[in-house]
Design a protein around this ligand. Sequence first.
Ligand code: FES
Length: 146
Amino acid sequence: MTETTEPIKRRSFLGVAVASLLALAGGFVALLAGGFLYPVRKKKGKPIFVCQLSQVPKGSTRTILDPAKRKVILIHTKEGELLALSTTCTHLGCTVFYRPEKRRFDCPCHQGVFDGKGNPISGPPKRPLERYPVQIRNGLVFVQFD
Ligand code: FES
């Protein structure tokens, strides 16, 4: 038996290289399209214990930190509603301050104002402050941050 060794011709090598690159590009496009058509659902995290209910009595507030160490304010209204709101302004990210006497948040950067539930009421912010679900179990307060 004789084995023939034929040198690879430049033209055929380029053809294979171009075809390989096109196949890679096609695979990449298919991957992007697949991610668009079938997005991966983000798994919700578990509620995190933040404090005892007795530490935030009706009519008071308490500042807590989310897992990324951003400030979140717990507001226990006189009516008994418990809210957890981000203190990051939805305009450009400054820290808002809660003013309990007016039941509103003020943003010092561009005079944005949010009501006591975090809804924008004046100034540049158009979106409400991020609000996190709160659960109370056996006198303990849990917040679901994601
Ligand atoms: S960053 Fe809050 S109003 Fe602009």
